[in-house]
Design a protein around this ligand. Structure first.
Ligand code: LLP
Length: 464
């Protein structure tokens, strides 16, 4: 396989013409093959990282994450004449280090559970830069969100009524309204959210009623409108259509005496998982959104809103890889060669859930030519536990390190302990330094929540 040429990054400058957009890369920005033909990321030898931190291992390229955050922010800075805020959609990977990096780049954080909120707060994210989503926030989650003062993106009537109850004289919750825009986009049906038959948000037909309710509820701060149309989207048109619709809603709210100053167009920009994927650059996407908003505001004669977006995948997805150790080989003559790795659907559930395709390289054989087509199997007791199907690889041996690219988004965050596999560690690499950001789970961690009723302890465990 012609291994994807990493883009050289010589400095942190934001001259994007020199730097390919991180979401268009297969390997993270700083990846390169060293003189020995081994893969390095952030100046760290991947083979050595696995020796030091164990396998499987998530490896996060700090530079790639920072460059992606900066591409979003500086495009807004350069092209949007109004206020803006980029939020990191932490559902893509919620952990302290990643939230802290996003915040240090000036991004706020979007959360959708008390757990994600807690993580963002512990990472030091300012509550006034946290937006709380979800179609069924519990009373406790709403209360926690209101108490810390973050913005709540209300999804339904039940939440609106509960928010009114939570408001007190000294505490006026900041509320956005999530609306389903009725926009179709071409992505997997499980990750489409903007079509009318979606569990998320208010139906646009309910807007008049919601706006008139809002007008009668001064106990809440009605700050704006939100919509999210889906994920892993390569087209620009759906987001441009979205901006036009949202500005129409904004104009309507203003007419009804409910001036709302913020519009959040959600996330959704796709990333490159395989050679054939061709997502737009981050700056191209931001410019398309901006031009949609500016044009629509001129047409509707409403002032430019504070513009928010909340990318997840395009920020963290391309910044990380998963390194596995290759193990057994099964050759089915004339049919297929299976190579098994020491992880699988528990650390990356995307192939079995969405039939997602990935690319891989062998970290310690970067210059070896691809000579065979193999299928990479996970180690779980599940026939569908296949990470990559029919991919070209060089001749390998057990113990070689297979690196699956583009695993930063929705891998660790959707990981499980199926078959009681401990979840892998994660390291952050930058400038030839590796820092552990997630400890590898241990067998003790796996039984941490188990309780053995005393009547069962009478049975002597079999000593092994
Ligand atoms: N905002 C909201 C309200 C969302 O629901 C999502 C993603 C995002 C922002 C971020 O979207 P992104 O920029 O990452 O596309 N587990 C699936 C993806 C589910 C996306 C859920 N919502 C996957 O692995 O493909």
């Amino acid at each position: 396989m012609a291994h994807p040429a990493p883009a050289p990054i010589s400095n942190n400058s934001l001259s994007f013409n020199d730097i390919r957009s991180p979401n268009q890369q297969l390997l993270p920005l700083t990846a390169q093959a060293n003189a020995e033909g081994c893969l390095e990321i952030g100046g760290c030898d991947v083979f050595e990282l696995v020796q030091r931190f164990g396998s499987p291992l998530y490896i996060v390229d700090e530079e790639a994450l920072r460059v992606a955050c900066r591409q979003y922010r500086s495009t807004f800075e350069q092209y949007y004449p109004g206020e803006f805020q980029v939020l990191y959609a932490s559902k893509a990977w919620s952990c302290l280090a990643i939230c802290a990096i996003a915040a240090s780049e000036g991004c706020g954080v979007d959360v959708m559970s008390a757990g994600e909120l807690y993580t963002a707060l512990q990472a030091g994210v300012n509550p006034n830069q946290i937006y709380f989503h979800g179609n069924n926030k519990s009373p406790a989650e709403l209360q926690a969100a209101v108490a810390v003062g973050c913005t709540i993106v209300a999804d339904n009537w039940l939440e609106l009524h509960r928010l009114v109850e939570l408001a007190t004289e000294g505490l006026q919750p900041r509320v956005m309204l999530r609306v389903t825009p009725g926009i179709e986009c071409h992505t997997h049906e499980y990750i489409r959210t903007g079509h009318l038959d979606s569990k998320f948000g208010f139906d646009p037909n309910q807007l008049d009623e919601v706006f008139s309710f809002a007008c009668q509820q001064p106990s809440l701060q009605w700050v704006g409108l939100h919509a999210h149309i889906g994920s892993q989207i390569f087209e620009l048109q759906p987001h441009q259509d979205l901006t036009a619709i949202m500005v129409e809603w904004l104009a309507k709210a203003t007419t009804l005496g409910l001036p709302m100053g913020e519009l959040n167009v959600g996330g959704g920009l796709g990333m490159r998982y395989t050679e054939s994927d061709n997502p737009p650059r981050i700056d191209t996407w931001v410019k398309a959104v901006i031009s949609g908003i500016v044009t629509a505001c001129q047409r509707q004669q409403v002032p430019l809103p504070k513009l928010l977006c909340e990318p997840g995948r395009s920020l963290i997805g391309p910044a990380a890889v998963t390194a596995y150790t290759l193990g057994s080989r099964k050759v089915v003559p004339q049919l297929r060669t299976y190579l098994a790795v020491d992880g699988g659907m528990s650390d990356n559930p995307r192939p079995i859930t969405y039939q997602s395709a990935y690319c891989a390289v062998v970290a310690n054989r970067m210059t070896a030519p691809a000579t065979e087509i193999v299928t990479i199997a996970g180690k779980h007791c599940e026939s569908g536990d296949i990470l990559l199907k029919d991919v070209p690889l060089p001749q390998t041996e057990p113990g070689d390190i297979l690196v699956v690219m583009g695993t930063g988004a929705y891998n660790h965050s959707m990981a499980s302990n199926y078959n009681r596999l401990p979840r892998p560690a994660a390291v952050l690499v930058s400038k030839a330094e590796a820092s552990l950001i997630l400890e590898r789970e241990t067998n003790q961690d796996l039984i941490r929540q188990d309780r053995l009723p005393s009547r069962l302890t009478a049975v002597e465990p079999v000593r092994t």
